[in-house]
Design a protein around this ligand. Structure first.
Ligand SMILES: CC(C)(COP(=O)(O)OP(=O)(O)OC[C@H]1O[C@@H](n2cnc3c(N)ncnc32)[C@H](O)[C@@H]1OP(=O)(O)O)[C@@H](O)C(=O)NCCC(=O)NCCS
Length: 156
């Protein structure tokens, strides 16, 4: 059974879990994360920090099936830093479920904007976010080591 649970701050996660997160990010986004990256992300322990886990084998690190990391930005914004699901569980509405939950929680806290960055080539993720009411705001040159990014924003 899969369930989104509250996550710890990335830098406070056990090393075996950090390792698992890094593997997931590398496999699904090509991004490399390490100790320093985890510390620098600045993701709090809050409603915008959730892990998708397979409850039948939790707390094994292999129970990790997805990550939603976001953080507050300025007074009224929320920034999605990472939303990544394991290939096996993609396209099953888990992304929709957590994004909707985070948006609802942010709205009830008075947030009015959501923003994120996505690879220019990741049209699948762009389509996903467009469906959730975000739109492409601008191109950010060389946002990724080998590629431009799009900033996507949405009104909550
Ligand atoms: C992008 C992602 C978070 C979406 O979550 P998800 O649970 O797979 O998506 P959902 O099942 O909730 O939503 C499905 C919608 O997403 C898009 N989508 C998801 N998988 C897709 C696929 N294999 N092909 C095309 N579109 C797809 C479509 O818009 C789809 O809409 P539809 O049902 O009308 O076809 C997830 O697929 C993922 O982790 N992808 C790899 C990592 C990534 O690119 N993250 C975003 C970086 S910013």
């Amino acid at each position: 059974m899969l369930e989104w649970i509250l996550g710890q701050k990335p830098e406070a996660m056990p090393e075996s879990w950090q390792q698992k997160v890094s593997e997931l990010f590398l496999a699904e986004t090509g991004e490399k994360y390490n100790d320093t990256t985890f510390r620098m992300l600045g993701i709090p322990e809050w409603y915008g920090n959730k892990l998708l886990i397979d409850t039948t084998i939790y707390p094994q690190p292999d129970s990790l099936m997805g990550v939603m990391w976001s953080k507050p930005l300025l007074e009224n914004r929320i920034r999605i830093v990472a939303l990544v699901l394991d290939k096996q569980v993609q396209n099953n509405n888990h992304g929709t479920a957590i994004l909707s939950q985070v948006i609802e929680a942010a709205k009830s806290e008075g947030k009015t904007m959501i923003q994120l960055e996505v690879r220019k080539s990741n049209s699948r993720a762009q389509k996903f976010y467009l469906k959730h009411g975000l739109s492409i705001d601008k191109t950010i040159q060389n946002y990724y080591s080998n590629e431009d990014g799009f900033m996507m924003i949405g009104k909550l």
